[in-house]
Design a protein around this ligand. Structure first.
Ligand code: F6P
Length: 341
């Protein structure tokens, strides 16, 4: 029987299990067996895998994280690791591989396809929604919903105490979570990595609200945002050798309090945005992506990433998805700005 391997790589997010479940169901319908590779690319390097069937993948649809485990590897892979991947691919009789992940995982998938000729299909996962070539990656909707709920909760306490509440959300290079959660949660200012921030402009908005009797404000900020005059080095994905970047909320809160004199607090949402149950939307696109990935394998279409365009499941070249990050849509940010100040 022909065999499909599946791995989940990079940081986790809700919806990964929906993809795994859909891949197994569809692959079995098409007459394949599925092997689940443990802990991302490490499982292929270390030959750590297990059979996935309907029993193993039953009851996982609503579970956050990934039943396969994951690991973070920044490309490029060392030649000896590539050799091990190729060896274990062959040894386990894997005919095609589905790599579920974000930018880093898909860059490795691309090089294995292009340089080594391995038959790989990608599935886009990104809570940051930063992958090009698809309207949405799964995981993002859940993150936005969690951040929105947190903003709602912080709203009421900010209002009662007449405070400025700074809410730091994830988003190292792109501000999608901040902008969408900011619009949904009624933020009075949203700061994103795509725009260098002038702190005086934020303070002016807050002062303006006070003049109109609004003695509280909600400021949403992406973790990778830069403030003019206070630029920080934003490391690549906060891996061990890079400084973590989760301090911008505190910096902004301190500056606002210092410059306006208004009492200011900061909440860093962090990994809460990546944990727990996926939304219905993420379960649905995860399931649709999983089905499509198997279809591409059946049709011998490799080096592709499944994608979403105008609510239709399509596919693009992985190369096009990872070439450039998808930054926040200008029109969307303009919508958010209407509510600033
Ligand atoms: O890329 C997804 C993401 O959640 C970013 O938004 C965040 O900066 C990073 O991963 C955090 O990574 P880690 O879980 O390794 O701290």
């Amino acid at each position: 029987m022909r065999k499909i391997g599946i791995l989940t790589g990079g940081v986790d997010c809700p919806g990964l299990n929906s993809v795994i479940r859909a891949v197994v169901r569809k692959a079995m319908d098409e007459g394949y067996v599925v092997t689940g590779i443990k802990n991302g690319w490490n499982g292929l390097i270390e030959n750590d895998m297990r059979v996935l069937d309907l029993r193993v993948t039953s009851g996982i649809l609503d579970r956050g994280g990934t039943i396969l485990g994951t690991s973070r590897i920044i490309p490029p892979l060392e030649p000896e690791k590539i050799a091990l991947i190729k060896e274990n691919f062959k040894r386990n009789g894997i005919d095609a591989l589905i790599a579920v992940g974000g930018e880093d995982t898909l860059k490795i998938a691309l090089s294995l396809y292009k340089e080594e000729g391995l038959p790989v299909v990608g599935v886009p996962k990104s809570i940051d929604n930063a992958l090009s070539g698809t309207d949405y990656a799964f995981g993002f909707d859940t993150a936005v919903n969690i951040a929105t709920e947190c903003i709602d909760r912080l709203h009421t306490t900010a209002e009662s105490h007449h405070r400025i509440m700074v809410i730091e959300v994830m988003g190292l290079h792109t501000g999608w979570i901040a902008v969408e959660a900011g619009i949904a949660g009624g933020a009075h200012y949203t700061l994103i990595p795509e725009h260098l921030v002038q702190i005086e402009s934020v303070c002016d908005s807050i002062r303006n609200r006070h003049r109109h009797g609004k003695t509280f404000s909600i400021i949403v900020v992406s973790e990778g945002t830069q403030i003019e005059g206070y630029e920080r080095r934003v490391g690549d994905h906060s891996l061990s050798e890079s400084p973590r970047v989760g301090n911008v909320g505190e910096l902004i809160a301190n500056l606002i309090e210092e410059k306006t004199g208004y009492e200011t607090r900061v909440s860093v949402l962090g990994h809460i945005q990546r944990g727990g149950t996926p939304t219905a939307y993420d379960r649905i696109i995860g399931t649709r992506f999983g089905f499509k990935a198997v279809e591409l394998i059946v049709e011998n279409k490799f080096g592709k990433m499944v994608s979403l365009h105008d609510n239709k499941i399509k596919y693009v070249d992985i190369e096009d998805a990872v070439r450039k990050r998808k930054t926040v849509d200008r029109e969307l940010y303009e919508t958010a700005k209407v509510f600033f100040g």
